[in-house]
Design a protein around this ligand. Structure first.
Ligand code: XMP
Length: 501
């Protein structure tokens, strides 16, 4: 990576800069923003179609967000405050999502009336209208679809009266591709899988299967077997090794050794142990903020380095412990130290606007990890909260008091395993972030901002942005000029929220 004047000089002076201290310089562009390639890598062997990774936090990444993010081309890191078996089951849900197979289809009974089924549909909030129908012996006897309900003008009819009995079924181990072909040939919207005893053991729905078959290749972040990619966080020592064993059984793509201080003997020992037992498994290690630390972890066999000590929205580490380094300089120092290693850097924390993504990459990152920018979406864990007339979702640091009280993994992340309830030294806070709606819409804006940034700089790819992107340092006057100013904002914008500044 070429030296960046502003960051290089700052480094020589022992001055560390962060996102709001710099802006990217524009350059001659031969490519339109919509045509730039934003594919990258999270780790040595695991790619990303968009360079966005979901933080390993209990208010950010569980299976729902990981599935959606991988479908958008990124990847989630399942947090480790879950028990080892819950975490492994989260990974499994992501890996199996694209099978399109409904393992336990909701069925109805031949003897029920149409009105009973419709009121159950209403009370349970089912969004679908197709059901397999079971007879009195529990075996599959028919199918009802939306048409059967629509053409039924007597709600007291029995399901047996309206169901279709011309069934196309398939055996238990039918693959997604086989199901797609069978359904297309027979023009069937649902395909029940039936075992030797006539019992239903699974079901494919054509609309799902078609979506997977036709859209996946272009956008989804998939492994070689066509399944969504997912990472999972572990700590150090024996529990980490036990987690890795369970996680690899579920075919996790990347292990992230997730600690507040990655440059420690226990992290290096855990890394060596994992690599000794699973030489083909990519292990990303963090967090660090100093080039020498990144190099030490790379020399120990890390397949990716996570950079960020204290930049996060909910972090208080820098205030509590007095350590840490403003994030753009941290990324740059680590990237310079890793020149020649071909080990990707993930810039973790501190991003607030889409414009921070191209800045992180031009400073040397291959991907960015987001907490608060993804918290508050529908797919993030937790319910919506109504407060002061607005919708919010909870977001908390893994080193916050409540997170550490609830989870031994959080205590371990901050080296406080042995501390009793009143002896905790929190390094994070908890709070609310604005409810943001669907992850897809939010990520659309982030990706759009990144691509626009690349267009302005005149770079075609993430590699080129790392290479060519260069900075001006700005003053507080420049910073105020960068934000909207001298106006009372009256309209909402999907990618700029003034009050969060
Ligand atoms: P953002 O800014 O995206 O940051 O919300 C997410 C990242 O912050 C780290 N993290 C913490 N750091 N105390 C800290 O000092 C904490 O309690 C804490 N919880 C999370 C983590 O690296 C995450 O990805």
């Amino acid at each position: 990576m070429r030296s960046k004047n502003v960051l290089e000089r700052a480094r020589d002076e022992g001055l560390a800069l962060t996102y709001d201290d710099v802006r990217l310089r524009t350059g001659f562009a031969e490519v339109m923003p919509e045509d730039v390639d934003i594919g990258s890598n999270f780790s040595r062997n695991v790619g990303l179609k968009i360079p966005i990774v979901g933080a390993a936090m209990d208010t950010v990444t569980e299976y729902r967000l990981a599935i959606e993010l991988a479908k958008l081309g990124g990847m989630g890191v399942i947090h480790r405050s879950l028990s080892p078996s819950e975490q492994a089951s989260n990974v499994s849900k992501v890996k199996h999502h694209l099978n399109g197979l409904i393992e336990k289809p909701i069925y109805i009974l031949e003897s029920e009336t149409v009105s009973e089924v419709l009121s159950r549909r209403e009370s349970k909030g089912y969004s679908f209208h197709s059901y397999p129908v079971l007879g009195s012996e529990g075996n599959l006897v028919g199918i009802v679809t939306r048409n059967d309900f629509e053409f039924c003008d007597n709600d007291s009819s029995s399901i047996g009266d309206i169901m279709s009995t011309e069934l196309v079924t398939s055996p238990e181990n039918t693959s997604l591709s086989m199901a797609y072909d069978i359904m297309r040939m027979g023009k069937k919207k649902i395909l029940p899988l039936v075992n030797g005893g006539g019992e239903i053991v699974g079901m494919y729905v054509y609309s799902d299967v078609k979506r997977i078959k036709t859209r996946s290749a272009e956008k989804y972040n998939l492994d070689e077997g066509g399944q969504l990619q997912v990472a999972a966080a572990v700590g150090v020592g024996e529990e980490a090794i036990e987690r890795v064993e369970l996680l690899t059984e579920k075919k996790v793509d990347v292990i992230v050794i997730d600690t507040a201080h990655g440059d420690t003997k226990s992290v290096v020992d855990t890394l060596l142990e994992i690599k000794r037992n699973y030489s083909n498994l990519d292990v990303v290690v963090g967090n660090v903020s100093v080039g020498e630390s990144a190099k030490r972890l790379a020399d120990a066999g890390a397949d990716g380095i996570k950079v960020g000590q204290g930049p996060g929205t909910i972090c208080t580490t820098r205030m509590i412990a007095g350590i840490g380094r403003p994030q753009v300089s941290a990324i740059y120092d680590c990237a310079k130290s890793l020149e020649g290693y071909e080990i990707p850097i993930c810039a973790d924390g501190g991003l607030r606007y889409s414009g921070d993504i191209p800045i992180a990459i031009a400073a040397g990152a291959h991907s960015v990890m987001m907490g608060s920018m993804l918290a508050g979406t529908d797919e993030a864990p937790g319910e919506m909260v109504f407060f002061q007339g607005r919708q919010w979702k909870r977001y908390r640091g893994m080193g916050s008091l409540s997170a550490m009280e609830e989870s031994s993994a959080s205590r371990e992340r901050y080296s406080q395993e042995g501390n009793g309830k009143n002896q905790m030294i929190p390094e994070g806070i908890e709070g609310l972030v604005s409810y943001k709606g669907r992850l897809e819409d939010v990520v659309f804006q982030y990706v759009g901002g990144l691509k626009r940034g690349m267009g302005y700089v005149g770079t075609n790819s993430i590699k080129e942005l790392r290479e060519k992107g260069d900075f001006d340092r700005i003053t507080t006057a420049g910073f105020s000029e960068s934000h909207p100013h001298d106006i009372k904002i009256t309209g909402d914008s999907p990618n700029y929220r003034g009050e969060e500044r």
